[in-house]
Design a binder for this molecule. Structure first.
Ligand code: GTP
Ligand code: MG
Length: 391
């Protein structure tokens, strides 16, 4: 599957940048193209200059609202991010029109952090513009949820998340949710970790996008998972996960047919990778809430067998009890069994519902505060009514 990626704001731009890096790896390691082009959209000129892989011209790094913000961002007010995206949306459409690799693109992936101002506001507006303009290509969103400490210290971020999630859900064909908090690893400061987090965010997409683009016959699975399967799976709230189980070195060095005992450990490796993929989902959720799901098994051709595939199908069906499950195998790689899982069309998510509840309470507190100020003003005027004025 080939994506045209658009990153909005700093977080979105950096993750889009990481997708371009992933595409380079796909091209070098596998001779495959998975990203047809990548654009970064921002109100902050410094953030655009800080990217590494997205082409450094004005058609790929697009400054919006330049006249209003002088290239310095919108300071976390996502309504302004939305307004600037509406005003300058044509710039982005123009860039897409100039893209040479547009026709092989299967879908758009628009990315942003929900808690900021620019990306949070721009993502639903831009998604709507793309939907209106390119009716035959799905538009997916990938939305990054903030770290817990941000929610506690920056009240406004909750409101940004609530409004961004609602608006994105109303327009996008599917919304991938990625929780930053899930990626915090002990012993590493968060700041140093952002690049690492971004690499982990895009990692699950690697095999998933490559599998259907494979043209070398020995790497084509018995059940190839292509863009059609992915598009059929993606709807509404969506999460993605990836797991990997190393095959002991001694095993893949020894050639020839596998013995029964080796086959058993191989199935265990598959189950282990599946467990990790479910355990490392981009947002913690209950698999029983998914109405659609898919898994992709990637393993060296000699490790691939029907028992393993059957085992994985059964274990996913066991937890995603209400889902239509699509699957595929990708006989590729060395030394490890890898599993990618997508749970989609989630009918429930505790985290998302919590954001909406917190946003509503933020709005009512903000209203009360504003009301309070008016009341106090009235109160003072009322209080000095009977005092003579010297004027
Ligand atoms: N995973 C990840 N999260 C990021 C990154 N950069 C920022 N974030 C998160 O994104 C949110 C802030 O969004 P930004 O993208 O910085 O904001 P913006 O869209 O540029 O908007 P303004 O700067 O307010 O105009 C916070 O929750 C950050 O934790 C990144 O590189 N990776
Ligand atoms: Mg910014």
């Amino acid at each position: 599957m080939k994506l045209l990626v658009i990153g909005c704001g700093q977080c979105g731009g950096r993750i889009a940048d990481e997708f371009v890096r992933l595409n380079r790896i796909a091209s070098v390691q596998r001779g495959i193209e998975i990203i047809t082009d990548a654009l970064a959209v921002n109100t902050d000129i410094a953030d655009l200059s800080g990217l590494s892989y997205i082409k450094p011209d004005y058609q790929h790094r697009i400054l919006i609202g330049g006249q209003k913000t002088s290239g310095h961002g919108v300071g976390k007010i996502n309504e302004i991010g939305a307004e600037l995206a509406r005003e300058d949306g044509d710039k982005i459409i123009e860039s897409i029109r100039a893209t040479q690799r547009f026709s092989p693109t299967d879908a758009f992936l628009v990315i942003a952090g929900a808690a900021g101002g620019t990306g949070s506001g721009a993502i639903p507006v831009l998604t709507q513009q793309l939907k209106e303009r390119y009716m035959h290509k799905p538009v997916y969103n990938l939305i990054v949820l903030p770290f817990r400490y941000e929610e506690m210290t920056e009240e406004r971020s909750i409101y940004n998340v609530g409004t961004c999630l609602k608006s994105a859900y109303l327009v996008a064909d599917a919304v991938f949710l990625v929780d930053n908090q899930r990626f915090i690893r002990k012993n590493l400061s968060i700041k140093n970790n952002l690049a690492k987090i971004n690499a982990l965010v895009v990692r699950p997409f690697y095999n998933l996008l490559c599998a259907g683009e494979e043209t070398t016959s020995k790497y084509i699975g018995s059940r190839m998972l292509d863009a059609g399967d992915i598009i059929q799976t993606l709807a509404g709230w969506t999460v993605i996960g990836y797991g990997e189980a190393r095959i002991p070195r001694i095993r893949f060095l020894s050639e020839g047919r596998l013995h029964f005992r080796e086959k058993v450990t191989e199935t265990q490796k598959g189950a282990q990778a599946m467990d990790e993929a479910i355990g490392e989902l981009s947002l913690k959720c209950n698999a029983a809430d998914a109405r659609r799901a898919l898994y992709l098994l990637t393993a060296p051709p000699e490790e691939m067998n029907m028992d393993l595939i059957k085992e994985l199908s059964a274990s996913l069906k066991n937890i995603a009890t209400e889902a239509i499950i699509r699957s595929g195998d990708y006989p590729k790689g060395k030394g490890s069994v890898e599993v990618t899982v997508v749970l989609s069309d989630l009918v429930n998510s505790r985290k998302v519902i919590e954001y909406f509840a917190k946003t509503i309470s933020y709005i009512s507190i903000a209203k009360r505060r504003r009301g309070g100020i008016e009341y106090e003003h009235r109160g003072i005027e009322e209080a000095f009514k009977d005092i003579p004025s010297l004027l």
